[in-house]
Design a protein around this ligand. Structure first.
Ligand SMILES: CC(C)(COP(=O)(O)OP(=O)(O)OC[C@H]1O[C@@H](n2cnc3c(N)ncnc32)[C@H](O)[C@@H]1OP(=O)(O)O)[C@@H](O)C(=O)NCCC(=O)NCCS
Length: 213
């Protein structure tokens, strides 16, 4: 299964959404937020969101890992270059998302607000920074190197620009990022009982310092 990386184009939006749903289908928090998966042939707010990011957000880089034998998209990373301090309106705009039918909007809005608050705490003060917003690999293709390739794409960019990287890792992602030089700098805990689940879901806040620092 040789893999290549390519920047996404607008026509990839449907596949990006399908791989997203598949990747988080077994995640406990993903199951709460997305109890139902929209039918693949429906044009959803998530697909429109990705089309907009690809067509009109030059600071956002959506990269896909493609299996060269099947031409299937197996994973996606969303990197964002933060070269200037965002205004309050720009931070608020990050929280205003329209969700697909069947989404638990209370849970999902809560997560986005919590993630944006942490992004703001860390990235707001350090505008020259590359943020990894999302990284996911289809379950049929995990543990075969796609996640590492997609992460290294952004790390190469960060090294060329001599800037640090920032992310909030799911429990599944944290191990990979530690291997790639990210350091734990905090946590974001979600009490799952507030959303009909059990226990605490911990996101790990991580920074990979500038290589020369
Ligand atoms: C996390 C995820 C992206 C990893 O992708 P992947 O393609 O399976 O990862 P890779 O095969 O490239 O693995 C890269 C390295 O990370 C390690 N790794 C991968 N998954 C891991 C896990 N769950 N726990 C610990 N280490 C892990 C691998 O052992 C590998 O190490 P090596 O290169 O030294 O052998 C994938 O499991 C996923 O999509 N999970 C669901 C969505 C998610 O939680 N994404 C993270 C959002 S922050």
């Amino acid at each position: 299964m040789p893999l290549i990386l390519q920047e996404c184009v607008e026509e990839d939006a449907d596949q990006i959404a399908e791989v997203l749903y598949a990747a988080f289908a077994e995640d406990v928090w993903g199951r709460i937020m997305f109890p139902q998966r929209p039918p693949p042939d429906v044009d959803t707010p998530t697909k429109r969101h990705y089309r907009r990011l690809i067509s009109s957000e030059p600071s956002v880089f959506l990269v896909k890992a493609v299996d060269t034998e099947t031409h299937q998209m197996v994973g996606v990373a969303r990197w964002e270059l933060n070269l200037k301090t965002k205004s309050d309106a720009e931070w608020d705009a990050k929280m205003a998302r329209e969700w697909d039918e069947g989404t638990n909007t209370t849970a999902t809005d809560f997560l986005i607000a919590s993630v944006v608050e942490k992004d703001r705490e860390f990235m707001g003060a350090t505008p020259h920074l590359l943020g990894l917003g999302l990284l996911y690999v289809h379950p049929d293709h995990q543990r075969k190197g796609a996640g590492r390739m997609l992460a290294e794409w952004g790390l190469d960019m960060a090294d060329k620009k001599a800037i640090p990287c920032w992310l909030q890792a799911t429990p599944q992602g944290a191990g990979l990022y530690r291997k790639l030089g990210f350091e734990d700098v905090g946590n974001m805990d979600i009490d799952m009982s507030n959303f009909g689940g059990k226990g605490v879901y911990r996101y790990v806040c991580m920074i990979r310092p500038t290589k020369d620092s």
